[in-house]
Design a protein around this ligand. Sequence first.
Ligand code: ARG
Length: 270
Amino acid sequence: MSPRTARPRHYLMCRPAHFTVDYSINPWMDPAKPTDTGAALAQWDELYALFQRLGHTVELIEPLAGLPDMVFAANGATTVDGKVLGARFRYPERTAEGPAYADWFRERGGWQVRDAEHVNEGEGDLLVAGGRILAGTGFRTEPAAHAEAAAFLGREVVTLRLVDPRYYHLDTALAVLDDDEIMYYPPAFDAASRAVLERLYPDAILAGAEDARVFGLNAVSDGANVILPEAATGLAGQLRARGFTPIGIDLTELLRAGGAVKCCTLELRH
Ligand code: ARG
């Protein structure tokens, strides 16, 4: 029996109905390579069904035409204690997603929504880890947004600098497994940030290059089950050795846009 306990979660997702790669804002995106929206939908459906099978509640936001990256719900906001810090995207191709997600929360009601002043790409870069928020910068989210998040969300924010353009959002290089456990790929960070991570999480699972490259760190944990790309077999073994239950899933069509499990999932924290 697993020594780990799953906690039921509340997620927001967006069907990839308009998924394609027709611009490039990260090294994974090549508009010259054809994409298959049907395949993206089928793979995404598996993730959606899996969350529900595991006992989680999943809400959906309406996908908007002309916003092919809207499937990556993690970027849409950051939620803590009923507060929602809206996203403000770096690139014009995704700008309209910020208000679309913020409107979803406003229409729903019961959330205190703030429109962001500084560029932040939601939970792509702001990962809630127990009482603190691990915050990425270097490619998308601005350091000023880290201070904005700390003030509005009322949590300690730890700034981490990303240095490899393939790992442009924090959630492509680090995953939160439990309140005080994480896994990450050290070479994605600068030396100072690696030192911070070693101090805060001396027992962290360290991913190798092979697992990082297949987006193994773009994972979602409920405290016991860790859903991650199925190609990340090394990480799956490391997770199993720590008492987690890794569940591999195929999201390779979405990886053509530079996203996987965590990118598709925004956690709603009331
Ligand atoms: N094509 C999207 C972008 O470059 C992918 C976003 C992936 N999302 C994430 N949470 N890492 O913005």
